[in-house]
Design a protein around this ligand. Structure first.
Ligand code: V47
Ligand code: SF4
Length: 399
């Protein structure tokens, strides 16, 4: 049962526009572009939170998903020059000592390291370099699948695909088919940033544009495959740009239904060319999650990448539309630690993640990449819990 919005609707201080939007949300109707902008401009945290929580609970109840995955970042060097990114070539020129570019063998070793461990997904994403071309990635995907066929390969974004297909002189359609046949199972949501050209030319001028990003996802969906979408927010964009971004995603989702989850990514300002731009507040982060949940009525899930916003805000986000915490990550994902993520060591055990979810009254559900439920952890008692309880139950000694 989704939370009731009638108390909110009876509030005499609520404007007619606030009430109209609340009624639409209660009836499961879509809000318009202008209403999206209105929410950003005039929607207070408690109001948008109530609406988003209603949508979240209607779609997913108390379920909060997580996934056991690991990341491989082939390189932190990149031919592109996104101003917000600590991977770009300009930044790297200053500190070559920190640079890495792994060989195929080194990356396969990373896969073998997880043999026997209950991970279901490998997430492959990093910088763009000429040596990581189409033949390289096709071979890498094939080798992962030969070694561990059931491991879900979630790999590369339209930024890489656009680059490697152009270099290999194949069309998007041909390229995506080859990638699918080689064993790539789904596409992560990166590279979307802000679609609107007014902003994109300032922060990510030289990589694939919005239409190319959307087209590659569309082709992937037409092949029967699934993908995610992100939005890098809280820098130089205005609210209209955020709504425009979500509008384009909503339209493609109406057409294909291939997106699984939307992941708002909070801009972090360390070690990049936008260090002078202040970061968004936690209140703005929560409002943004909530408005995404309300606007993207045709997306099943809203995910937060907790290392970026920190565990406390991630817990709060579960009451503001978010129903998915990115997986039990035990490999330090350097893209974020370099950009100034909230968590110095973004590693949680399954138990810690489950505890985080339970403590805010939600149901922790392990999922696979395609949101099939692997295990409901709501009532699972961990060995460590038992040991702790044993300690708590020691008789009290009165002197
Ligand atoms: O596209 C780069 C972002 C993205 C910064 O699909 C930054 O499951 C904040 O897309 N501040 C890549 N963000 C990561 C990504 C992702 C992460 C987790 C899960 C999934 C998924 C996808 O990281 C880039 C860019 O938008 N990024 N620099 C920065 N300074
Ligand atoms: Fe390269 Fe991606 Fe960083 Fe842009 S965001 S510089 S494409 S790694």
């Amino acid at each position: 049962m989704a939370t009731d919005l009638s108390i909110l609707l009876e509030d005499p201080n609520l404007s007619e526009t606030h009430k109209t939007i609340a009624r639409k949300v209660q009836r499961g109707e879509r809000i318009s572009f202008d209403e999206g902008v209105f929410l950003y401009e005039k929607g207070e945290l408690a109001y948008v939170g109530a609406l988003a929580n209603h949508v979240r609970e209607r779609k997913n109840g108390d379920k909060t998903f997580f996934n056991r995955n690991f990341h491989i970042e082939p390189t932190n060097l990149c031919v592109y020059d996104c101003k917000f990114c600590s991977y770009s070539r300009l930044i790297k020129q200053r500190s070559d000592a920190d640079a890495w570019a792994f060989s195929m063998e080194e990356m396969l070793e990373m896969v073998y390291k997880y043999d026997g461990q209950p991970v279901t997904e490998v997430h492959i994403v990093g910088g763009v370099l000429p040596q990581y071309d189409l033949p390289f990635y096709l071979e890498f995907f094939r080798k992962i699948k030969e070694h561990r066929p059931e491991l879900h390969v979630k790999a590369l974004t339209p930024v890489e695909y656009h680059y490697i297909f152009k270099k290999a002189k194949v069309s998007y359609e041909e390229g995506m088919k080859m990638v699918k046949e080689a064993g790539c199972d789904s596409m992560p949501g990166g590279g979307a940033e802000i679609f609107h050209p007014e902003i994109r030319v300032q922060i990510a001028a030289d990589k694939c544009d919005a239409d190319q990003w959307l087209r590659i996802h569309e082709i992937w969906h037409e092949l029967g495959m699934r993908s995610n979408a992100t939005m890098l927010y809280g820098h130089i964009e205005r609210y209209e740009h955020r709504v425009d971004h979500m509008e384009r995603l909503r339209q493609l989702q109406d057409k294909t239904g291939g997106f699984q989850t939307f992941i708002p990514l909070k801009f972090r300002n360390q070690d990049n060319q936008m260090s002078h731009v202040p970061e968004s507040t936690a209140v703005e982060d929560l409002r943004n999650y909530a408005i995404s949940r309300i606007y993207l009525d045709n997306f099943d899930h809203i995910k937060t990448y907790w290392p970026m916003i920190g565990r406390t805000t991630a817990q709060l986000a579960l009451a503001f539309g978010v129903d998915d915490l990115d997986g039990t990550i035990d490999d330090t994902t350097k893209i974020y630690s370099m950009a100034g993520s909230e968590e110095q060591n973004p590693v949680l055990t399954t138990q810690q993640l489950v505890d985080m979810i339970r403590k805010v009254g939600r149901k922790p559900i392990e999922r696979d990449t395609l949101y099939n439920e692997v295990q409901d952890f709501t009532d699972v008692v961990f060995e460590e819990d038992k040991a702790f309880r044993g300690y708590m139950e020691l008789p009290v000694i009165n002197n």
